[in-house]
Design a protein around this ligand. Structure first.
Ligand SMILES: C[S@@+](CC[C@H](N)C(=O)[O-])C[C@H]1O[C@@H](n2cnc3c(N)ncnc32)[C@H](O)[C@@H]1O
Length: 317
């Protein structure tokens, strides 16, 4: 099954990328086949994209356009499938109201990232909105990552006192909250794939880990530098996407080694109570970790991650 009459510009063992308008790609996807749909559209801020899109529509035009592709994404979602929408709070308020007519609201996740400078006469914009909706009553797949205890980057000491609850802490880490303060912006030249829009790999790994399994189908209509597809490919998810200018994605997929190494670092720092570097800092600064913490335990994770990958893109998994 192909998502468009035009052949994909890039195919991998797990995914396919289409260099066409997202609506054309979306219309080719059968209904009820996608496990996880994610979108990071242009924000209508008048930015220049290499794809030369009009990023300065009227508010009404922008919202109508967004609702059109959101409706298509909803159609492609399986019952129990999850939809995430990344945008500025200003747009996610009306778009969330639209989604709420067809899907069930799960979370408004505030992702603390400060890209811009403070604005005169306004509060300093410090978070992006990540809306999370599900088709049907509850998500078919939900296994959020756990995060390590936040420690001082100098001495390694815990920044919060867990008092008498230390022995009750899960050795796999702290429950994921709906405010994410640990997503670094993409600044490092090694990981920055294009001008201003690439999302951090850690963000996409977290979303994909939470709402999909190996073999699940992940959809992202706005490829950009391909962060969603890279995270999906490297974690064994099938994926499908579109982008008007796919050059950055093709270049990125030509060698995934840097992304593979980056993802390995990201994954080594999750689902643990303390990061190894924090324990090393504690040791170096002569601190002793409270014996009340349980750092290891037989793996009690109940998530079932089949190792086999569905051969066909739209096969039900
Ligand atoms: C904010 S960027 C996405 C960045 C991406 N999440 C990443 O991590 O690299 C939005 C992208 O959508 C693409 N785009 C805009 N309109 C589109 C359309 N109608 N169809 C397909 N892609 C489109 C733009 O070219 C731009 O690269």
């Amino acid at each position: 099954m192909q998502a468009s009459t035009v052949p994909p510009i890039l195919t991998t063992k797990l995914g396919q990328l289409h260099e066409i308008d997202c609506l054309a790609m979306l219309k080719g996807i059968p209904a009820d086949t996608v496990d996880l749909a994610f979108a990071d559209p242009p924000f209508n801020l008048g930015k220049e994209y290499s794809s030369k899109i009009n990023d300065k529509k009227t508010e009404a035009e922008y919202l109508d356009w967004c609702k059109t592709w959101l409706d298509e994404m909803i159609r492609t979602l399986k019952p129990g499938g999850s939809l995430f929408l990344w945008n500025l709070p200003k747009w996610n308020i009306p778009l969330g109201a639209h989604l709420g007519q067809k899907l069930n609201f799960r979370h408004w996740i505030a992702v603390d990232i400060k890209y811009s400078l403070p604005i005169f006469n306004r509060l300093y914009p410090s978070h992006y909105s990540l809306l999370y909706y599900v088709k049907g009553e509850r998500p078919a797949i939900f296994h959020p990552d756990r995060t390590p205890i936040i420690c001082c980057r100098h001495c390694g000491g815990e920044l919060r006192d867990y008092g008498g609850y230390k022995n009750k802490m899960n050795p796999h880490g702290v429950n994921l909250a709906d405010v994410w303060t640990d997503i670094p912006p993409v600044r490092h030249a090694k990981y920055k794939k294009r001008a201003a829009n690439a999302l951090p790999l850690k963000l996409m790994d977290r979303i994909i880990s939470m709402a999909s399994d190996r073999g699940s189908l992940v959809l992202d209509p706005f490829g950009g530098s391909g962060t969603t597809y890279v995270a999906a490919e490297l974690t064994g998810r099938r994926w499908i996407g579109s982008e008007l200018d796919c050059s950055a994605i093709s270049e990125r997929f030509a060698s995934l080694q840097a992304d593979r190494e980056h993802l390995a670092e990201i994954q080594a720092s999750k689902n643990i109570l303390f990061r190894t570097e924090d324990l090393a800092r504690q040791k170096k600064s002569g601190r002793t970790l409270s014996k009340d913490y349980r750092l290891t335990e037989e793996d009690d994770c109940e998530c079932d991650q089949p190792d086999t990958v569905q051969p066909s893109l739209f096969a039900s998994s």
